[in-house]
Design a protein. Structure first.
Length: 438
């Protein structure tokens, strides 16, 4: 039987979403999840699996049964020849990366944090950067999904191909993910170079930076002319990691501790924000070679709120400059850099990368800071480029404004109606962004 937690209080990582579900369940097997879904169906309750709670939206909030996959994180099988790995869907990316490394394997790409569950990461179209690589959902080659009546459907490109096509980015609207099979690669090392650069110079040579590096991203520092850059490239050279002291200094003391202190001061004295942020570009240059996942991901100890939009790659320069202009003219003091990344397109109906090469522009504010004016202004800019919001990050869109931005919208809705006609896995957020089930 699944464990039921005594406390019924839940909040997400950022602390901006809270829920008091009817019950919080922590299953350890697919059979236990099936039982939870069937019991909820009999009681007329809704069900949500929450993942790691790293989404900023209310995508996993429910007043019904909340499934926390704390005990649902095992590696189930490894095909070393084909480099296929099947895992329980609740496995955290940090655990997955460590388990893959033990077996000489790695994910082809990752985002910049590894706290999420694999189910949450793929369901919200989480991605990294690299114009030749798609988001994490593009590495999925098979899934098992528990539907609204407790049935279990196994799907891949040959079995239930329509479900597989749509469910790789499913927003939790199609069912509970039980297992995920991932196409991995032989483990590899990455050469990382991190430094500061003038943002206008980066934008002038943007296409070259994107084309000449496996992974390129930068962080514009508001109210300055500077950006922090990351150039990451695969290498056959041996490991040459930072010392433990340098890693601690760069990632914890400066990247989190010093940054947190700066954010706190800026919140108390907003007029000091430009002076504080002006110090960021001079925190030093770093160059090292390490295991891929250790390069791609970084600790995130400072809590924040985030909004991120995908736009056509070719619109990056114009859109970012409009954001810069707004920040300059608005007088809003922003203490978080603006993150810019790039990915390949894909064919997944509700992926933010569907059908085009993408630029992702993400804006953040320190946790507890008012964000609506800033985020609404940035969203208005992104709307002009057919922007698609990250499903797990804050935005103000509805199904009416989003429908035309996804050419296969109705294809997804047809699968949603087939798998969950009673709305067992719905909630107010999904009804807002996907529309109510007819």
């Amino acid at each position: 039987m699944p464990t039921r937690l005594a406390s019924r209080q839940w909040k997400n990582w950022a602390g901006n979403q809270r829920a008091t579900p009817a019950a919080i369940e922590t299953p350890s097997s697919e059979e236990e999840i099936v039982a939870i879904v069937r019991d909820a169906a009999a009681a007329g309750e809704r069900v949500k699996m929450v993942g790691a709670g790293h989404s900023f939206t209310a995508i996993a909030v429910t007043d019904g049964r909340l499934i926390r996959p704390d005990n649902f994180q095992r590696v189930l099988s490894v095909d070393r020849t084909k480099r296929l790995v099947t895992v329980q869907a609740g496995i955290r990316l940090s655990t997955l990366n460590a388990e893959l490394a033990k077996r000489g394997l790695a994910m082809p790409n990752l985002g910049d944090i590894e706290y999420q569950s694999i189910a949450g990461a793929i369901s919200t179209a989480t991605h990294g950067t690299g114009i030749k690589l798609g988001g994490l959902a593009t590495f999925v080659v098979g899934m098992r999904i528990i539907t609204g009546d407790g049935s279990v459907i196994e799907c891949d490109a040959e079995h239930e191909p329509e479900l597989f096509h749509t469910a790789r980015v499913g927003l939790g609207a199609l069912g509970v993910l039980s297992t995920v099979t991932l196409q991995c690669e032989e483990a590899f090392n990455v050469h990382a170079v991190e430094s500061a650069a003038k943002v206008d110079e980066l934008l002038d040579s943007l296409d070259d930076h994107i084309a000449e590096n496996d992974h390129f991203e930068f962080f514009w520092i508001p109210n300055t002319e500077w950006a922090l850059t990351k150039w990451n490239n695969r290498t056959e050279k041996p490991l040459a990691p930072r010392s433990r002291w340098k890693e601690f200094r760069d990632d914890v003391l400066i990247g989190n501790g010093g940054f947190s202190l700066g954010c706190r001061i800026a919140r108390l004295a907003p007029s000091l924000t430009p002076r504080i942020m002006g110090l960021v570009p001079f925190t030093g240059r770093a160059e090292y070679i390490d295991r891929s996942d250790k390069v791609y991901t970084s600790p995130r100890l400072v809590h924040f709120y985030e909004m991120e939009y995908s736009i056509e790659r070719s619109a990056c320069r114009e859109a970012l400059n409009r954001v810069r202009q707004f920040v300059s003219q608005s007088g809003i003091q922003i203490s978080f850099p603006v993150e810019v990344r790039f990915t390949a397109g894909d064919d997944i109906p509700l992926s933010t990368a569907y059908g085009r090469e993408n630029c992702y522009i993400a804006v953040h504010v320190y946790s507890g800071t008012h964000y609506q004016q800033y985020f609404e202004a940035v969203e208005t800019i992104m709307n002009d480029y057919g922007g698609r919001p990250h499903w797990g990050k804050l935005h103000f869109q509805t199904h009416r404004t989003l429908r035309d931005r996804y050419p296969e919208w109705e294809r997804f809705q047809a699968v949603r109606k087939r798998l969950d006609p009673e709305g067992r896995f719905s909630n107010p957020y999904l009804e807002r962004v996907l529309g109510p089930l007819d």
